[in-house]
Design a binder for this molecule. Structure first.
Ligand code: AMP
Length: 192
């Protein structure tokens, strides 16, 4: 099972992806988590990444595409995966689709998490108190939401048009357990 999650930062897609990956026994492939792991390397790349990520901007497509290409052909992904936070730009989406085509990969389901930006701001402020992520504060969240609107929203629109039968929009303002049930129901229906 290969699943793609779209949604703005703070829409809860990371939480849902973790739960769903466990339920389906597939890999939760969060590019944000992968990049955050690299921050502790202490090399010049990690310094550059930290600067970009803590400002709310996007890391280059080249770096992200390489990360994804390496992961998708790895053993960890053999049972399936949830792409959480990728693709985020048109170039990433083009890369993913051409990579999928040449490697005979079928993306089964696309979930699009929809949520009011005001609610996102509230959630992010709360998360910053809990997790102390350097990119979770009100100044940075504005940049992150702006990047989502300009760069990632058009990608989700492209997927909604080109994968319309497998594309499902989810009301992300609902409770965690309710959303999780909804995702599982949609997947079950697709398997019948
Ligand atoms: P996330 O945890 O998905 O919100 O990602 C945290 C940060 O990592 C983002 O604000 C970006 O700086 C960077 N990042 C994660 N995924 C991508 C991506 N696909 N393209 C570019 N930057 C990314």
């Amino acid at each position: 099972m290969k699943i793609v999650f779209f949604g703005p930062p703070g829409s809860g897609k990371g939480t849902q992806a973790k739960l769903l990956a466990k339920e389906l026994n597939i890999l939760h492939l969060s590019t944000g988590d992968i990049l955050r792991d690299k921050l502790s390397d202490g090399d010049s790349l990690s310094i550059k990444l930290k600067e970009i990520m803590s400002s709310g901007n996007l890391v280059s497509d080249e770096i992200l595409n390489q990360i994804i290409a390496d992961k998708l052909i790895s053993k960890e992904c053999s049972n399936g995966y949830i792409l959480d936070g990728y693709p985020r730009t048109i170039l990433q989406s083009e890369f993913l689709l051409s990579f999928a085509k040449s490697n005979d990969i079928n993306l089964n389901i696309i979930f699009n998490f929809k949520i009011d930006f005001k609610l996102v701001e509230k959630r992010i402020i709360y998360r910053s108190e809990q997790e102390q992520r350097s990119d979770d504060n009100i100044d940075v969240i504005k940049t992150r939401l702006d990047k989502y609107t300009k760069e990632t929203y058009p990608v989700s629109q492209f997927f909604s048009q080109n994968f319309s039968e497998n594309f499902f929009t989810i009301d992300a303002s609902q409770e965690v357990s309710k959303i999780q049930k909804e995702l599982i129901n949609i997947i079950k229906k697709g398997q019948k």
